[in-house]
Design a protein around this ligand. Sequence first.
Ligand code: DQA
Length: 148
Amino acid sequence: MRSILILNGPNLNMLGKREPAIYGATTLPEIEAACHAHAERRGIALTFLQSNHEGTLIDAIQAAPEAHAGIILNAGAYTHTSIALRDAIASIAIPVIELHLSNIHARESFRHHSMIAPACIGQISGFGAAGYTLAMDAMIGHLNEEQA
Ligand code: DQA
């Protein structure tokens, strides 16, 4: 069965409590449950992880190709700062989709630039928690195209 990894970076464990006017009221465990339900509907396997640590995220990206066909990555603030995450994405052959709950382009100027965007196949930003299942469908569509 095809497997996707959804990887969440720093402070995303605080969703629900964290700036709800920006990120919404849905918690990360609620998003995870919605993603698992969606994976079941689509007939794919899903691993859902969160870490506040850059190195742990890099380890997960490096190990992903052994078990997964693609990665959906909400790198949180590391999006805007981490050359190391970008290099990790560039070092693997499986596709990565950049994901954000908020529309990073409509926020502070320091969020407009993504270090990781050039290494990803695309970006989903601004659709709140729904972006997670949108990204899953985008990844499934991309993998189907790759296979065709
Ligand atoms: C975020 C946007 C980032 O700018 C921010 O640092 C986050 C969350 C989002 O999902 O909207 O932590 O990635």
